[in-house]
Structures are given as structure tokens and as C-alpha cells.
Write a protein that binds this ligand. Sequence first.
Ligand SMILES: *[C@@H]1O[C@H](CO)[C@@H](O)[C@H](O)[C@H]1NC(C)=O
Ligand SMILES: *[C@@H]1O[C@H](CO)[C@@H](O)[C@H](O)[C@H]1NC(C)=O
Ligand SMILES: *[C@@H]1O[C@H](CO)[C@@H](O)[C@H](O)[C@H]1NC(C)=O
Length: 395
Amino acid sequence: MKLPCSLLYSLWFLLLLGAGSLLLLVRLQDLTEVVLLQTPGVNVQVAPRWPVEQDDVTDSDATAGQTPDQLKVPESLLVLEDSVVSKPPVTKRQRKLLLKSPNPSGAPAGREEEARLHKLGTTQALRRRLLAEVCSKYQPGVGEQLVSQRQVSRVYVEDRSHLLYCEVPKVGCSNWKRVLMVLGGGATSTRDIPHDAAHYANHLRRLESYDRAGIAERLLSYTKVLFVREPFERLVSAFRDKFESPNSYYHPVFGRPIISRYRANATRAALRTGAGVTFREFVQYLLDVRRPVGMDIHWEPVSQLCNPCLLRYNFIGKFESLKEEADFLLQSVGAPQNLTFPDFKDRNPRAERTSSRITQKYFSQLNATERQKAFDFYYMDYLMFNYPKPFKDLH
Ligand SMILES: *[C@@H]1O[C@H](CO)[C@@H](O)[C@H](O)[C@H]1NC(C)=O
Ligand SMILES: *[C@@H]1O[C@H](CO)[C@@H](O)[C@H](O)[C@H]1NC(C)=O
Ligand SMILES: *[C@@H]1O[C@H](CO)[C@@H](O)[C@H](O)[C@H]1NC(C)=O
């Protein structure tokens, strides 16, 4: 009896993304014309815009226990997501069926599971709403702009399950690529895919490689997925990965210029190899308006990598609850039951995973001014994805 769980998931997902998708489909016809008429890019303006709420919109945890109408939802949004928050996810008849039918583990697919899915779904609605508010306040008009190929260059396509995934390094992206490869039929199990194959094999196609109509159609009808992580933690994770163990690219290309610019009295060996960059030197490079070497996707803010105001992701997952949210998404898009999100740690498998404790330790090497500047650097990511200030003295 595999029906109940997947039915529950699919119904939820339809309700959660459905309202948006309906609009998308309606606009798709107009879009074909837009694409033909407008050569520089594609127009993906699809959802209504709504007024900025001044109140803090908090994430699901903080709002647990509140009923949706206590959340002061802007009116136009209520129209869009009314079905999400107020109607039961299934009809009475379906609910009876669900409660009667045992799920694969033998336990009834009961209220607890339904509540869990409801919470995951509500969390998504809240994250999308917060992002839309931040976007309309800080990047007004961006959602109506045309999309260029460069702006979707980090987005991967999975055509069989109609997914678009924006790759954010240090947020489980190797495992996401494995999952996409299995979904696309390129592999039967995520276990069979070694790290390098996940990263360098050409099984996965990027959205930018399609023509304009192909890009537009997918942006409008596919589920657009983004996974994010606490910005300072992601930064420390990137630093540890690229600078604390031998690396034949990052040491010469980034390490050398960083040491030569920011270290007084550097040894000849350090200048030659680029090994041994300290976190403080790395942050000095990051915050330098005249960086001796350019940006890199591992530490570029998500707000720039994935253009969230422009692309309007349907699903915004968080690394802090990666497995549960990824599995929710997979079930929702009808992935095979035996495909769950893997837990491989590819980079430096013996090193401890970067946690908030480790992050604090690295940031203690910086003075207050540097911490503030680093926070300013990732400020949009903090706002858009509702992460709290990581240090009390930041403003
Ligand atoms: C999942 O099931 C499919 C067919 O139902 C099978 O081909 C595949 O090997 C299974 N994958 C795993 C990881 O068990
Ligand atoms: C660098 O070396 C010079 C000469 O040996 C010394 O006077 C200076 O204090 C050193 N600077 C640092 C930052 O160690
Ligand atoms: C913090 O460090 C920077 C160098 O990165 C320095 O210019 C600044 O004066 C320091 N600020 C304080 C408050 O110590």
C-alpha cells in the first residue's frame, strides 16, 4: 500500500505550489509571444506583487501555534494562498481512505504525519512570502525584468520530474546532483555516484544551455528549488574546504594573492604555494573592494548566485533541516519511494562538519569592525532567508 503517503504528499504539494503554477500556466501563452518579441531575455513576471509588510515575518518555528489569520497576510497573498492555509488538504472521503490504509511501515498514516506535512508546507509558504516582501522592498521591479542566460547559469534542469535546482556550493549540492541524476534516469542509486562523477559528469544540463523558449517554458512550469544555509556558516565551511587542506586550484589561484596582499612579512614558501591562508586574511580579501582576485561561487552570496528575486523559487529549503525538507520535496514531486536524500559528506570526510560552534570559533579571529562588514556583505542573504543576526553586537 504505497498510495497513502504519496497521495498525501502530492495533494499537499499541489495545494502548495498549485496556486502559483496555475498562474504560471495562464501566463505561459502570453509568454510565448513575449519571448518572440523580446530578444534580450525572457519575461517571467507571473505572480501578483503585494505590499511590503513592516512586521517581522518569522519562520515556521516562531509562528507555530498561530493560526494563519493571525499572521496578517497581505490581501493579495491571501487570494493566492488561501487554499494553502485554510482548506483541508484532502476531501473527507480521501481522508477516510488515508486513515484506514496502512502506510508501508504498517502504522496508520495518521494525524501526526499530516500535521508534519502541513507544517513543512506552511513553512514553505512563509519563506516564499518573506522572500517576496524582501524583494519588493530592496529590489523593486527586479521580478518584472527579463531573464538572461547568465542569470540562470547556476540552475540545473531535471526534465523528467520537472525540477530546476539552483546550485549553492556548501549547501549539500553534491548530494542534490546525485539525486537529480537518479531522477533523470542517469543512475539507479545515489550510492553509485562518486563525488567527481556528481560534479563533473555531463549528465546534468544547465538551464542556460537551452534556447530562450526552452528557458522560459521551464521557468514557468517547473518546480524551482533553492537550498540555503546560515551565511557565516557557509562561509566558514567554504574556507575550511578550500584552504585548510591541500588544493591544487584554490591555493595557487586564491591563496597566493591573498597572502601576498594581506600578510606582512610572508615567507617565500607561503608566497610560492599559497598554502596556509588564515581565516582573517581570507575575510580581508572578501571585504576588500579592490580584491586582488575575483569572486568565487563558494562564497558568493546566494542573493547573487541564484537571483531569487528574479527567478521566484517555489521551494526554499534550509541546510539546517536539509534531509527532512529534501525528502518532503522529493515525495512531493513524485520521486520513487526508495529515493531519499543521501547523507554523504564528500569533502574531507574525516573533518568535523562545520557547525555554529565552529563558525563562532573562526569568527572570533576577527575584530568587531570586520565582523560587521562581513555581516553587511551577506546582509541580503540574512534578510531573504530569515536567519537571525549571528552576533549580538551587529547592527
Ligand atoms: C529503487 O527502485 C527501482 C525500481 O523500483 C530500482 O531500479 C532501484 O535500483 C531502486 N533503488 C534503490 C536505491 O534501491
Ligand atoms: C616584519 O619584519 C620587520 C623586519 O624584520 C619587522 O620590523 C616588522 O615588525 C615585521 N612586521 C610584522 C607585522 O611582523
Ligand atoms: C579591525 O581590523 C582592521 C583590519 O582588518 C583594522 O583596520 C581596524 O582598525 C580594526 N578595528 C578595530 C576596532 O580594532
